[in-house]
Design a protein around this ligand. Structure first.
Ligand SMILES: *[C@@H]1O[C@H](CO)[C@@H](O)[C@H](O)[C@H]1NC(C)=O
Ligand SMILES: *[C@@H]1O[C@H](CO)[C@@H](O)[C@H](O)[C@H]1NC(C)=O
Ligand SMILES: *[C@@H]1O[C@H](CO)[C@@H](O)[C@H](O)[C@H]1NC(C)=O
Ligand SMILES: *[C@@H]1O[C@H](CO)[C@@H](O)[C@H](O)[C@H]1NC(C)=O
Ligand SMILES: *[C@@H]1O[C@H](CO)[C@@H](O)[C@H](O)[C@H]1NC(C)=O
Ligand SMILES: *[C@@H]1O[C@H](CO)[C@@H](O)[C@H](O)[C@H]1NC(C)=O
Ligand SMILES: *[C@@H]1O[C@H](CO)[C@@H](O)[C@H](O)[C@H]1NC(C)=O
Length: 773
């Protein structure tokens, strides 16, 4: 969505001057990474060793000490320090050093929860039977979910601890004090809370404490929203401003514990609606702590669409260490869709999550003066009087100095109050934030606001809590309104007050903003892995922020509706916690495989999941499909992978030294040979063969048969086509041979198919993506 684009460009704008001027003396925070600690050094020895590296490139010992930002001591072996490019380059030449990279600022994947019921979970105790996933998993009891975000609003009822058992004995974390936050704000639900700001402060200087709390407390809302989506308690009688989406709010794993790691902070000189920023040096410190604190799952709704090699990607490096300790890591795919190859977090040890809709709408139609009624959506609590008002297109009421090509965009300051006053103004999406456009119409004295989708946004409507009567319409309806405005001397309109509508069809469909594959860093791995609800999600909110986050918005809410892959990621975090509660010994790869191979491909009309414009969606949008947690708890077979398998994968990716205790084989395996639950073959030339291994995690004795739907023009043979298991835990391997069958397959264009193992009970489906060289 534009919010994300804008945030990225703002950060780039901020970054450019120092980058362009980088001289040999300009200091930046770099991360110097050595792999993993061997465990034979004390914390003091580790810090001394990091100092000695720094000292070897610095003039004086004092200089070395003062330039150290973090020494990562628990699992991740490395440090963050202020270095000149010259010093960084000297360090990267040293033998023990794996990689040296800039501590980049990363962004959120910004953009009742009915979403869990929509995924097939039953939260009403009276309607449950003993097979229900929530009962079997005891609501995720004792599983610890770590959230890397911008903190938490601990007073929210979603984080209450009534009836929650004692803190798990495995927990070794802590609850840090700071601004408006102390140890009494943790409880048996929020069992840990920390914050990391040294990387941020090395870049921006000391935090302006009117912009953010120097503590784990959330002044934005995003972190409270993601935390409560993953593991919020059941709270009755909840709704957004204006009474929308009323009902019971619940996180996916309501009895799981939360460990809060605040790594994202307000950006000086920018509104909160532009998003916060999160530095890699801070995230690595948080992940290092989270691993030793004892989290079971990490949910990270942060990313970048800039392709980054795995050995220079802080989230990827931190997650690899986490996965080695069997921690499941779920990350957002990003909000840079619908453009292809815009993915964040493509590492194969991460579960990469796209975003899609639920079966709920906030219906607020526009009635035009000619009697035509067009569908729209909003969660604004404000209403018009029941009559027609003058209607204008923003381009007709702009100030004279506004660039023509931005004239319909309602960017701040662009509308002329003398022309817009008392009118309903139609603005188009593209540049600027959605809520910022509404604010601009209000500033200019408009009485109502219609937000029209661009072609790229299609039918996806994000319902926002605007500060005036408003609605959002799809692209076709936006054109219809423009045509009507053109067709008449005195166009008029009325916006009906919004109503919550349930069981809408089709659902799910993919969000236009959801970032797309193929991954440019490793096209041999099909990404994203899966999709989960991320459009108009209701969850808890910070009372130190407003529902639009705009500075001029003084409203305070306990629950708010947001859209983004930031919202879908904690759904997978919560679902992983439920599966982990049932299968505590499963590896993170097994849990990912279970989610991926059990995902659904159809919507609630029984048709294939579409994109936001109604066209069929493909695996570069939804991975293997929409998550189905109940089925994932009993997947039948899993594609497992170990830490060593990931190191072998990295050898194939040209990264040979991520772990000094491991040597790449002479002939590196191909990246596509990783035992992944999906198959991506870029630039197929002739025939491609690979082997996969499945582990029987279902009953004991079983027989599985394969069925294949090959991509058009491609053949896929699986051998053997039948596999027998005599007991649980047994592994069986099979060969997949993929071949170009016709010369008519378009080059460099991906085609899709799948193969499925089934035993009469379980369908273990893997998507296939192939492009021809
Ligand atoms: C924590 O802060 C609250 C006020 O927010 C205060 O009432 C309480 O005494 C403090 N607790 C500790 C342990 O400092
Ligand atoms: C801190 O932020 C506030 C609010 O934006 C601003 O008014 C103030 O000038 C800032 N202080 C400093 C020292 O930059
Ligand atoms: C739910 O909340 C609303 C508004 O806060 C209140 O008027 C209503 O009585 C509550 N209903 C129940 C069943 O608690
Ligand atoms: C709008 O047009 C101006 C000049 O005509 C150009 O510099 C600018 O990049 C354009 N902006 C967009 C959003 O197309
Ligand atoms: C407006 O959005 C377009 C497309 O995202 C982008 O290319 C352009 O640079 C943006 N213009 C401004 C002024 O932000
Ligand atoms: C409305 O009229 C303008 C100019 O007369 C034209 O450029 C535009 O394409 C028209 N829009 C529609 C949707 O008909
Ligand atoms: C395909 O493979 C053949 C034989 O190995 C080789 O000559 C040819 O250049 C390859 N084509 C492409 C497009 O890579």
């Amino acid at each position: 969505m534009e919010n994300f684009h804008l945030s990225i460009s703002l950060v780039l704008l901020l970054l450019l001057p120092p980058l362009l001027q980088v001289s040999c003396t300009e200091k930046q925070v770099y991360i110097v990474y050595f792999g993993e600690h061997s465990g034979d050094k004390t914390l003091q020895e580790i810090e001394e060793s990091h100092h000695s590296y720094l000292f070897s490139v610095k003039e004086t010992e004092n200089d070395a000490i003062s330039s150290l930002v973090y020494s990562y001591k628990h699992t991740i072996n490395g440090f963050a320090a202020l270095l000149t490019p010259m010093e960084a380059s000297k360090l990267s030449d040293m033998e023990e050093v794996v990689s040296v990279f800039r501590s980049h600022p990363r962004k959120y994947s910004l953009h009742t929860t009915r979403s869990w019921e929509f995924a097939g979970l039953q939260y009403e105790a009276t309607k449950m039977n003993k097979e229900d996933l929530l009962l079997k998993s005891r609501y995720g009891k004792d599983v610890i979910i770590g959230i890397l975000d911008n903190g938490v609003w601990p007073e929210s009822k979603s984080f209450g601890d009534e009836g929650v058992g004692p803190i798990p004995k495995t927990w070794k974390g802590t609850c840090l004090s700071g601004d408006a936050f102390n140890s009494s704000h943790c409880n048996k639900k929020i069992i840990g809370a920390r914050y990391y700001i040294k990387g941020y402060e090395a870049y921006y200087g000391p935090l302006n404490r009117t912009l953010d709390f120097l503590s784990p407390r959330d002044k934005d809302g995003h972190g409270t929203h993601t935390s409560s989506t993953a593991a919020g308690r059941r709270v009755n009688n909840v709704s957004a401003l204006g009474g929308f989406a009323s009902g019971t709010a619940s996180g996916g794993a309501p009895l799981a514990r939360l460990a809060i790691y605040k790594v994202c902070w307000a950006v000086p000189g920018h509104g909160k609606e532009d998003g916060n920023t999160c530095f890699e040096a801070d995230m690595l410190a948080a992940i290092d702590d989270a691993i030793s604190d004892g989290v079971d799952v990490l949910s990270i709704s942060i990313g970048t669409k800039d392709p980054t090699p795995f050995n220079q990607d802080g989230i990827a490096i931190g997650s690899l260490h986490a996965v080695k300790k069997n921690i499941v890591v779920a990350c957002s795919a990003g909000n840079a869709g619908p453009t292809p190859s815009t993915l964040s977090n493509p590492a194969p040890w991460i579960i990469t999550v796209g975003a899609s809709s639920v079966d709920r709408k906030f219906s607020a139609p526009v009635v035009l003066g000619n009697g035509i009624k067009l569908a729209g959506q909003t969660v604004t609590p404000y209403k018009l009087e029941n009559r027609l008002y003058p209607l204008v297109y923003a381009g007709q009421v702009i100030n004279p100095d506004v660039q023509k090509n931005l004239s319909g965009q309602c960017l701040p300051g662009s509308l002329s109050p003398s022309k817009a006053k008392g009118k309903i103004v139609l603005c188009l999406r593209g540049n600027g934030t959605r809520v910022g456009k509404g604010m601009e119409v209000k500033r200019a004295g408009g009485i109502g606001f219609i937000l029209g989708n661009s072609e790229a946004n299609g039918d996806e409507l994000a319902a926002d809590a605007h500060l005036l009567p408003a609605t959002a319409v799809n692209h076709v309806n936006a054109l219809e309104i423009l045509k009507y405005i053109n067709s008449t001397r005195a166009p008029k309109a009325y916006i009906e007050p919004a109503k919550t509508v349930l069981d809408t069809k089709p659902a799910p469909f993919m969000a236009a903003f959801s970032s797309r594959g193929p991954s440019t860093v490793s096209p041999d791995i099909l990404k994203p892995d899966i999709t989960a609800p991320g459009i108009n999600i209701l969850a808890a909110w910070s009372e130190a922020s407003s529902p639009t986050k705009l500075a001029a918005d003084n409203r305070i809410v306990k629950y708010n509706i947001l859209s983004g892959t930031s919202m879908s990621c904690p759904h997978i975090g919560g679902a992983s916690a439920l599966i982990k509660a049932i299968h505590p010994t499963w590896s993170s790869a097994a849990i990912r495989s279970a989610l991926v191979t059990s995902a659904g491909l159809t919507n609630n009309e029984g048709n294939p999941i579409s994109d936001a414009s109604g066209n069929p969606a493909d695996p570069f949008q939804f991975g293997s499909g929409h998550f189905r947690p109940t089925k994932a708890a009993d997947p039948g077979l899993v594609y497992d992978a170990s830490y060593k398998d990931y190191l072998l994968f990295l050898c194939g990716n040209g990264i040979k030294n991520l772990d000094s205790s491991f040597k790449c084989p002479k002939k590196s395996p191909s990246m596509g040979d990783l035992n992944y639950p999906s198959l991506a073959i870029p630039k197929l030339n002739g025939t491609y063969t690979t082997v996969r291994t499945v582990t029987n995690v279902g009953g004991g004795k079983s027989v599985y048969f394969v069925s294949v739907k090959p991509p058009p023009g491609i053949s896929v043979k699986i051998s053997p086509p039948i596999i027998y298991f005599s007991r649980a835990g047994q592994k069986r391997s099979f060969t997949i041979t993929v071949k170009i069958e016709t010369s008519t397959v378009e080059k460099d264009k991906y085609v899709f198919g799948w193969y499925t193992w089934f035993d009469g009970i379980h369908n273990v489906r893997s998507p296939i993506a192939v492009s021809v060289a």
